[in-house]
Design a protein around this ligand. Structure first.
Ligand SMILES: [Zn+2]
Length: 145
């Protein structure tokens, strides 16, 4: 039998990675397929981790973004690692991927702050300032919109 490496990076491995990312990312997980067949995963609500699986690599990023205007939020993910998934044996690949997901998630969660009024853990893009979320800031300022 011809034992080349074709099976290692084949479509089965790609499917396996889709299933793995779907189960390892923080829920809920959103999936989108782009024109080239790469699959983007966004996990968490608010979003925590983004993974982009293409036919040769997986890019794992911490979710991040900023308000371009008060009504337009622009995502600007912070890349934490890239894996060339075809080059790694299965166990090493899945271990590395888990570690990257965990690292991205920890970094993202570390940027959350607890609002001093409602005591909710709030993502930085929803904070009015360091210790007050946007909703409470709106309420406490008595502003009329
Ligand atoms: Zn609040």
């Amino acid at each position: 039998m011809d034992h080349n490496t074709a099976g290692v990076g084949g479509p089965e491995r790609f499917e396996q990675l889709i299933a793995f990312l779907g189960s390892q990312l923080p829920p809920p997980v959103e999936q989108q397929v782009d024109a080239e067949g790469a699959v983007q995963f966004i996990g968490g609500e608010p979003p925590e981790v983004i993974a982009l699986l293409s036919h040769s690599s997986i890019v794992v990023s911490e979710f991040s973004g900023f308000w371009e205007t008060p009504f337009k939020f622009t995502a600007k993910p912070r890349r934490v690692g890239v894996l060339k998934w075809r080059r790694l044996p299965e166990n090493a690949l899945l271990d590395a991927l888990s570690a990257l997901i965990k690292g991205a998630r920890d970094a993202r969660l570390a940027s959350f702050q607890i609002c001093k009024y409602c005591e909710r853990k709030t993502a930085p893009e929803w904070l009015h300032d360091d210790h007050v979320c946007q909703a409470c800031a709106d309420m406490h300022s008595g502003a009329i919109h």
